[in-house]
Design a protein around this ligand. Structure first.
Ligand code: DGT
Ligand code: CA
Ligand code: CA
Length: 575
């Protein structure tokens, strides 16, 4: 992703929120939202553009372009600063509660002087909200639910947010003289879906220059601890970073220890004890006499324990130790195995980028095939029609093979209705190369009806992939309630793949559901669901999640050669 673009995206989103809270016109807030998304999804670095260049971006007019230029020239935007000053930080915190919009947040502040999440929870408990205009018992319930969801996230951050921060810091520290290795470890290296804190490891003879560099970074807001062995800081975005510096000859042992997980480490330490050895972050030593037997590389440490090197995503004590001891570790799927993306959008619906640009960007990633799957008509706000999708098909056919032979598949993202029905009749669906189908409404049908709904969708001979199957949004919306074992079994039986949607706030299916689905024999598609060119790079998060679910290339249909994929896409149909 392009970092300056993301900064502007965040700033414009904030400005839109501020406009909404302070009672500004709704259309103005919407215009800033739209520009924020467009800039976030713009493939080129916007910090290099002047006003004229910025105005080329759809949705960006003169006034927004000028603010962006001001931001890169001065580091701030005056009107944003002014609006910020009008609103207590607590109110801005209120609108981060899922289900509570800016208008309600401002009403709470003006009528009840509520300016923090804690005060809001107290007021709900005292039943103070239900008498406010526009509120009621149901609103109280919804807000409490939103607060609970926010607290469940428990200060954990999305994998992508942690990854971007960590990669910046690793790049900075790697430049320092004396740095022999630098990498992130912990849950981030294991590609967990959310991250508590970032753990960074450096191998060097002297620790001080690295510790000092971390505390001096411009993105460091607060120093939590500053020591010889470990330094902890908090970034301006509120993310905690722990840095440890180890001696170069202990790099492997350090990485093994600080990658974790704790549960995995307990197992490796126990194996060491049985071998008359002691394993720590400094190395593997003989218990008697303390002679060092391994520490330089992870490979060496694992080998001395009788284990192959274990991919970090598997290190959760979910059977990887046993599999390793038997020599049966899976060869998990990697980004290099992926031959194409099977769920992507264009600006024909809610994507930001025209078809030809998405296709060109996909080709640059070296894909052998690429599917375009814009939204189908029942997602009404996308205004899809038969004519539009057929015209797009013509366009897809004309671009097919134009980029070093990359094949294009024309698909759609269908909406699974409450009864499991989808947007178009069979005859029309026949014309697509593949169909993703996903739930976008009626999230609370009840378990039985929801299960039946998914099973019916799987039984549709044209539905190839269930998109973001649980519809969860990390930290915002729980997954749907269905008998997933029944759904997964239906997928396996009907030849319908389950998606591992790589959008960082979805990662859906998640690792545990993948493990379950795999045990039913289901197949998977790791897709980005990209709505812009930068989002094509989210694939890595889907790959990490798939690895945590023990998926191998054979489990993942978009690692297959096109012929095998096409056979799968035909389901049981003849021809
Ligand atoms: P997080 O930060 O909550 O997302 O999860 P982790 O796994 O990154 O946990 P963290 O940051 O507390 O510690 C990083 C790694 O250091 C952890 O995965 C394993 C190792 N570690 C930390 N504390 C202990 C411990 O008490 N025993 C063992 N064996 N390993 C530990
Ligand atoms: Ca951590
Ligand atoms: Ca940590």
């Amino acid at each position: 992703m392009v970092r300056p673009n993301e900064e502007v995206e965040a700033l414009l989103h904030e400005y839109a929120d501020l406009i909404a809270i302070t009672g500004g016109e709704a259309f103005k807030a919407r215009a800033y939202e739209k520009a924020a998304r467009a800039i976030g999804g713009y493939p080129a670095d916007v910090s290099h553009l002047d006003v004229a260049g910025l105005k080329e971006i759809p949705g960006v007019g003169k006034s927004i372009a000028e603010k962006v230029v001001e931001y890169f020239r001065t580091g701030h935007v005056t009107v944003v600063e002014e609006r910020r000053a009008e609103i207590p930080a607590g109110v801005r915190q209120l609108i981060t509660i899922p289900t509570l919009g800016p208008r309600k947040a401002m009403a709470l502040y003006e009528d009840l002087h509520i300016s923090s999440v804690g005060e809001l929870a107290d007021a709900i408990k005292a039943e103070k909200l239900r008498d406010l205009k526009g509120f009621g018992e149901k609103t109280e319930e919804n807000i409490l639910h939103g607060i609970a969801l926010m607290q469940q996230a428990g200060g954990r951050i999305l994998l992508s947010t942690a990854m971007e921060a960590a990669e910046d810091i690793v790049a900075e520290l790697s430049r320092i003289t004396g740095c022999e290795h630098c990498a992130y470890a912990g849950s981030l290296r294991r590609m967990k879906e959310t991250i508590g804190d970032i753990d960074i490891l450096v191998a060097a003879r002297r620790a001080a220059p690295f510790m000092d560099a971390l505390t001096d970074l411009p993105s460091t807001a607060e120093v939590i601890a500053h020591g010889e062995k470990k330094t902890s800081i908090r970034t301006v975005k509120g993310v905690q970073v722990d840095l440890r510096v180890v001696r170069p000859d202990a790099w492997g042992a350090g990485m093994q220890y600080f990658t974790g997980s704790k549960a995995h480490n307990i197992r490796t330490r126990t194996i060491a004890v049985h071998l008359g050895l002691k394993l720590s972050e400094y190395g593997l030593f003989e218990t008697e006499g303390g002679k060092r037997v391994a520490s330089r590389s992870e490979d060496e440490v694992y080998a001395r324990l009788g284990l192959p090197w274990i991919p970090p995503a598997l290190r959760e004590d979910r059977g990887e130790i046993e599999a390793g001891l038997r020599g049966e570790l899976p060869e998990v799927v990697t980004e290099r195995d992926i031959r194409g993306d099977l769920h992507t959008h264009t600006d024909l619906t809610d994507g930001l980028t025209p078809l030809e640009d998405m296709v060109a960007a996909a080709a640059q990633r070296g894909y052998a095939y690429y599917a375009v799957t814009d939204h189908a008509p029942n997602l009404y706000m996308q205004r899809m029609t038969d004519e539009k999708i057929l015209a797009q098909r013509e366009q897809v056919r004309s671009l097919d093979g134009e980029h070093h032979g990359m094949r294009l598949l024309h698909g759609t993202e269908l909406n699974i209705g409450p009864e499991g029905e989808v947007d178009w009749p069979d005859e029309f669906l026949q014309g697509f190369d593949l169909c993703v189908a996903a739930v976008h409404s009626h999230f609370n049908l009840g378990r039985k009806a929801m299960t039946r709904r998914f099973v019916r969708a799987c039984e549709n001979p044209h539905v190839n992939i269930i998109g973001h199957p649980t519809t969860r949004l990390l930290g915002k919306r729980p997954g749907i309630d269905a008998d997933l074992d029944e759904v997964f079994a239906a997928c396996a039986r009907t030849g319908t793949a389950l998606e591992v949607d790589a959008q960082p706030d979805r990662l859906d299916l998640g690792d545990e559901d993948i493990l379950r689905a795999r045990s039913h024999g289901a197949k998977f598609a790791i897709d980005t669901d990209a709505h812009s060119i930068p989002q094509l790079a989210c694939l890595r998060y889907g790959i990490g999640t798939a690895q945590r679910g023990w998926l191998t290339p054979d489990d993942v249909i978009n690692t297959w050669p096109l012929r095998r994929l096409r056979r799968f896409l035909r389901k049981d149909r003849a021809g």
